[in-house]
Every structure is written in structure tokens, then in C-alpha cells.
Design a protein around this ligand. Structure first.
Ligand SMILES: [Zn+2]
Length: 311
């Protein structure tokens, strides 16, 4: 064999091997590409499956079914109507001012829960009559109307300190009235937790107003009017503003009023079983709650007894 022939043979083998490796290379590349495409298809399929498995409709339905409660917070008195007062050495402190501060703290605290819309009847020092306040609740289709007050010695029931919650007697709209009593229990409980003396629930009959069924109506317009519109109305008398101990222990600093507002918000959240926005936690419902009741009849006489709710 001459060198030229040898070179040609080597060149031939070289070309053959080159084609072989090139072929293998292409094959390998194609396989890799196919595998990648299959993987991609699989991923797309899996995604499609995952998307169909997502309970999108169920979630939407659940959200739609989750009721948003409307809570109207009413800061009692305002403007020329000062409410009761405490005469301290620094001057006169009016109930209307204290009530508004508690109401603002209550709103802020209640808005830390889900499923609730909070509306205030007043956010400033303005006069409003009782009908205007109820109208706001009716216009907003409220579930609860909560009027915030502080008591004075002239208040009913013969008490001089501590908290009372005025609720419906039960002479009309029995179910709603019972609910107002249960809501009231939550306020009595929360205010009691702050150390306030608990005078319990107050149920008072009007002297001259009657419901359609002929039974004495609720004495307080803030309870009677909402009830007529199917709204649960209560009045929270946090403490006695004209009692020096109550005033200095519960009503004289921002921090104290904030604690009252937060206790009010917890009472509503516990009653409505609202989840906290940050943790989703729901406060345990009251159980076997034995509460003191002061029942004032048309004659003005007070009867005091105990009743158990959440049995
Ligand atoms: Zn008042």
C-alpha cells in the first residue's frame, strides 16, 4: 500500500466515524429535546390537573355564604346634650366626650376581626336625637346597634358603681330579645374581666308605650326602636362617671378608655364568633353564663334575680 492509499483509507474511516458520532450526537440531542418536551407537557398536564383540583368554585361559594355583620356603634349624647359629668379639680368631664373616645377605640379594635363592618353614628361632638341614631342602623341594614354610655347616680336600679347592660325585656320579637340578652351577657362578662363591678343585665318596661301585642314596650328608645326594625339594640353603661372610684379607676385616662373599647369589641367578637384578622382565632363562646338581672316593671319597682344563658 502506498502512503496515498493509506491516507485515503484513514480519511474514509475518519469520515465514517465522524458521521457515526454525529448521528449519535443528533440522536442524543433529539432524545434530550423530546424528553424535555415530554417533561414540559407533563408539567402542563399536571398544572392543568392541579388547576381543576383547586376548589375555586367551592371557595367562592364559601366566601359568598360567609355573612358580613353590620355593627353600629353609637357614642351616647353629644353637642348640647352632655350626658352625666364628673366634677374633678381640673374641671368638668362630660359623659359625651368619654363615650366618643370609647366608641373610637371600640371601632378600631373591632376592625381587627373579619366578617364585620363597623359604622359609627357620630365621630364628632355633635347633637343627634335618638331617631337619627336608629335611622343610621336601619339604613345600613345593621345586625347590632350598640349604644355606649356611662352611668350616674340618677340611673335606674339603685346602683352607684359598676357596669350595667340594658337589653330587651322580651315582650316583643322574643328571639331577637333573647339574642339582645345574650349579647348583653358578653358585655357583662368582658367588663367584669376588667375588674368592674358587674350589675348585670337591666330590663326596663316603658310606663306608657306598648308593643302591638299590648305588652309594655322597652323603656329605652335605643332598644325599642331597633327591635321594631329587627335589629338587636343594647345600651352599655360602662361605669358610673360621677363615682370617684369608677372615674379614676376606669374613665380618666386614654389607656383606661382604650381598655373599655377593646373589651366592648371582644364582647361583640365573642358573641358573633368573629375570627381575628391576624390569627384567625375565634374567642370561645360563653357557656352556662349565670348573670344578675335587674327587671324594672311599669310601676318602677326593681326585681333582682339570676338567669343562666348559653346552657
Ligand atoms: Zn348616657
Amino acid at each position: 500500500m502506498c502512503y496515498i492509499e493509506k491516507d485515503r483509507i484513514l480519511l474514509f474511516f475518519f469520515i465514517c466515524f465522524s458521521f457515526m458520532f454525529y448521528g449519535i450526537g443528533i440522536n442524543y440531542a433529539t432524545e434530550q429535546k423530546l424528553a424535555a418536551e415530554q417533561a414540559e407537557e407533563l408539567t402542563t398536564e399536571q398544572l392543568a390537573e392541579a388547576t381543576t383540583e383547586l376548589p375555586a368554585e367551592a371557595t367562592t361559594t364559601a366566601q359568598a355564604e360567609q355573612k358580613t355583620y353590620v355593627v353600629v356603634i353609637d357614642a351616647g349624647h353629644g353637642g348640647n346634650d352632655t350626658g352625666a359629668s364628673y366634677h374633678s379639680e381640673e374641671g368638668k368631664i362630660n359623659e359625651k366626650t368619654v363615650n366618643l373616645k370609647i366608641a373610637k377605640y371600640m371601632k378600631a379594635a373591632l376592625e381587627q376581626y373579619d366578617n364585620v363592618k363597623v359604622i359609627m353614628t357620630r365621630t364628632k361632638n355633635v347633637y343627634m336625637d335618638l331617631d337619627e341614631r336608629t335611622d343610621i342602623a336601619v339604613e345600613n341594614d345593621a345586625d347590632l346597634f350598640i349604644s355606649l354610655h356611662n352611668n350616674s347616680l340618677e340611673g335606674a336600679g339603685g346602683y352607684a358603681s359598676g357596669s350595667s347592660v340594658c337589653v330587651a325585656i322580651g315582650n316583643a320579637k322574643k328571639e331577637l330579645s333573647t339574642e339582645s340578652q345574650k349579647l348583653g351577657c358578653n358585655f357583662v362578662y368582658e367588663l367584669g374581666e376588667l375588674g368592674l363591678k358587674q350589675n348585670g343585665l337591666m330590663m326596663r318596661s316603658a310606663v306608657s308605650y306598648e308593643y302591638k301585642n299590648g305588652k309594655p314596650a322597652d323603656y329605652y328608645a335605643n332598644i325599642r326602636n331597633p327591635l321594631k326594625h329587627g335589629i338587636i339594640g343594647i345600651i352599655v353603661e360602662h361605669a358610673f362617671i360621677d363615682n370617684a372610684d369608677d372615674f379614676y379607676d376606669y374613665l380618666c385616662s386614654k389607656e383606661q378608655l382604650q381598655k373599655l373599647g377593646e373589651a366592648d369589641a371582644r364582647a361583640v367578637a365573642r358573641y358573633l364568633q368573629l375570627p381575628a384578622k391576624d390569627s384567625g382565632e375565634v374567642l370561645a363562646s360563653l357557656s352556662d353564663y349565670n348573670v344578675k338581672i335587674c327587671r324594672i316593671g311599669q310601676s318602677g319597682k326593681a326585681k333582682k334575680f339570676y338567669r343562666t344563658y348559653y346552657k
